[in-house]
Ligand binder design. Structure first.
Ligand SMILES: [Zn+2]
Length: 155
């Protein structure tokens, strides 16, 4: 009987210890995650990588530029690597969802076509309240890259 109690104590001690270790790992993981999130947030100085709107750190959602599911089809492709993680506003992240970047760009470009089926949109268009620009969809980070290419280093 005494032996049983002793074994039980050992198990309890082991559980307690593993809890401490687990907590320590969880804390380290959390801190690392926060650091990563901060790096991602600072990638475009607090702007959504896609629409360019200013977002707070708390509002930021981390988007996978190449969707996570592609990792299953491309063995060895690490879609969680930092260069694949983009700071995103909630609206962009929700709309992009599982689309590849070019699929999403086409989807965004199709929005005007879909809006033309809406009576209110057409009325607002007729009365000059809105204007269709036909501008290509260029993500904020792409605009930044172009500016850096055009104005940064070299001739
Ligand atoms: Zn956005």
């Amino acid at each position: 009987m005494a032996e049983k109690v002793s074994r039980r104590m050992k198990i309890l001690v082991a559980c307690e210890f593993s809890g401490i270790v687990r907590d320590a790992f969880a804390k380290r993981g959390h801190d690392a995650m926060r650091t990563d999130r901060l790096e991602i947030y600072n990638k475009y100085q607090g702007h959504c990588a896609y629409c360019g709107r200013k977002i707070t750190f708390k509002q930021m959602q981390v988007d996978h530029y190449w969707p996570k599911y592609l990792a299953h089809f491309q063995p060895g492709q690490k879609n969680h690597r930092p260069d694949n993680l983009m700071p995103s506003c909630q609206k962009c992240n929700i709309h992009k969802h599982r689309m590849k970047p070019e699929e999403w760009r086409l989807e965004l470009a199709r929005q005007v076509t879909m809006l033309r089926k809406n009576a209110q949109f057409n009325r607002a268009l007729i009365f000059g309240q809105i204007e269709i620009t036909e501008k290509p969809i260029i993500f904020y980070f792409e605009q930044l890259n172009r500016r850096i290419k055009n104005h940064g280093g070299g001739e």
